[in-house]
Design a protein around this ligand. Structure first.
Ligand SMILES: Cc1cc2nc3c(=O)[nH]c(=O)nc-3n(C[C@H](O)[C@H](O)[C@H](O)COP(=O)(O)OP(=O)(O)OC[C@H]3O[C@@H](n4cnc5c(N)ncnc54)[C@H](O)[C@@H]3O)c2cc1C
Length: 426
């Protein structure tokens, strides 16, 4: 077991991680104390891992959940979103404020700002970092929204009912705009593409979301690029100058894997750690999970990089199963090939999506997209492979199961919103 002292447990901020000689073949080190890192530690204990678990997180805060940051936490309706996990009781050595700067797989060591830490098994769970708008660094009043600190900086901006410009009409931009309107701010959303959610949904579907902005009182300017950010204003490429007490940039996120650059661990062109179906990386006994990793999906016939909460919940169970069972003879272990799922709360609507579709798949509408509740199914060779549900959570629950089963749907029945989706199976 661990040679760590009791005082290094549960928030040993600033102290060295002691003990754990390389010969400790039961020491799991997890880098990143977000959803995926915490869930990996918990899953290891749930699955009976008897050895040391060391969880290293760069942020100073008790590990917390991110979805509330663009919702209740932003609006001051919740103080925080710390995970309800008793790390000490689970024997998880949690080290906060501990940034890992590199890893040497040949020596089974990670380097931290407080010295090296040896591992027998390593789990990379460093998540993603938001992409900054070029030229925005150092401009006062420009914000990103990824961390609790970001949300805390934005709270008074909302409370002050300022003029806000949001750059990017993706999931984060839409949720932030929702909260800012609810707080009484004047909101303009600037989007370079011709529609919101251009990277996620086809034009026919996204077209029905445009009106949501106007209904909430936000101004959406699509097909518009930001030319320059300056204190108090945003200049657009078409010459418009928008007053802005604050600018929130939500133009995407990329895997936080810069610290792996010299490790020899294989990364993809998108910066994701390249893992196999067991979420194993190219280095022995090194796994990756959550927003930082891509994995091959036999279900969808391509490698997937998923930046959603459910992926950070499900992946850890696969990683834990492989670490716990890895030494057993003839162990094959589970393959990670989920039906991706996420939800978003925007403009008073509950939007959910399951699966993964391409432009070549057949779209089937369920219900009137100008109404408050409707869905869209995507079929491939008659099988349900993805579903978007707006205010129809039952469609999502049933659809997700049908996607997992590879169920074939009768198109006419699937298109009838009065027919439960599960009754549309052929
Ligand atoms: C504002 C917001 C709202 C969201 N809302 C939704 C939603 O409604 N629905 C949904 O499905 N998904 C949502 N998501 C996405 C979801 O929260 C993420 O998919 C999930 O948090 C990923 O978990 P993770 O542990 O992989 O990464 P993260 O949550 O990013 O955690 C990674 C952790 O690793 C730490 N770290 C990074 N580098 C290092 C290092 N070198 N050393 C040590 N520690 C390091 C980071 O500080 C961070 O705490 C939202 C995300 C955000 C930001």
């Amino acid at each position: 077991m661990s040679e760590d002292t009791e005082e290094t447990r549960n928030g040993g901020q600033g102290r060295a991680v002691t003990g754990g000689p390389s010969g400790d073949d039961r020491r799991v080190v997890i880098v990143g104390a977000g959803m995926a890192g915490v869930q990996t530690a918990v899953a290891l204990r749930e699955q009976g891992w008897p050895g040391t678990i060391t969880l290293l997180g760069a942020e100073p805060h008790q590990p917390y959940d991110r979805p509330p940051l663009s919702k209740a936490v932003l609006l001051g309706k919740a103080e925080g979103s710390a995970f309800d996990v008793d790390f000490a009781a689970l024997g998880i050595d949690l080290h906060l404020g501990r940034r890992v700067s590199g890893v040497r797989p040949a020596e089974r060591l990670v380097h931290t700002d407080a010295g090296p830490v040896p591992y027998a098994h390593l789990v990379i769970a460093t998540g993603a970092e938001p992409i900054a708008l070029p030229g925005s660094e150092g401009v006062p009043g420009v914000h990103l929204l990824r961390t609790l600190d970001d949300a805390e900086r934005l709270r008074p901006v909302l409370a002050g009912q300022h003029d806000i410009v949001v750059v990017g009409a993706g999931w984060i931009g839409a949720e932030f705009a929702t909260a800012a309107r609810e707080a009484g701010c004047s909101v303009t959303v600037v989007e370079a593409a011709d529609r919101p959610l251009a990277g996620a949904l086809p034009a026919e579907v996204a077209a029905h979301m445009v009106g949501w902005y106007a209904d909430s009182g936000a101004v959406l300017r699509t097909g518009t690029r930001v030319a320059a950010l300056e204190p108090g204003a945003v200049s657009l490429a078409d010459g418009t100058r928008l007053p802005a007490d604050a600018v929130v940039v939500g133009i995407g996120a990329r895997p936080a894997t810069g610290w792996l650059a010299d490790s020899g661990i294989a990364l993809g062109p998108d910066g994701s750690v390249l893992a196999d179906g067991a979420l194993r990386t190219s280095a022995p006994d090194v796994y990756a999970v959550g927003d930082c990793v891509s994995f091959p999906s036999a279900r969808y016939g391509q490698r997937l990089l998923v930046h959603h909460w459910d992926n950070a919940l499900q992946g850890p169970r696969t990683v834990a199963a492989h670490i716990v069972g890895g030494d057993a003879a003839h162990f094959t272990g589970p393959v990670y090939d989920p039906v991706p799922y996420f939800w978003s709360e925007q403009f008073g609507r509950f939007v959910q999506y399951a699966g993964h579709h391409t432009a070549a798949d057949t779209m089937v509408w369920r219900g009137d997209p100008t109404s408050a509740a409707w869905s869209v199914c995507w079929l491939r060779d008659g099988s349900l492979i993805a579903l978007l549900a707006v205010g129809r959570p039952r469609d999502l629950t049933q659809g997700r199961k049908l996607i997992e089963q590879g169920a074939h749907l009768d198109e006419a029945r699937a298109a009838d919103p009065s027919v439960p989706l599960k009754s549309a199976v052929r």
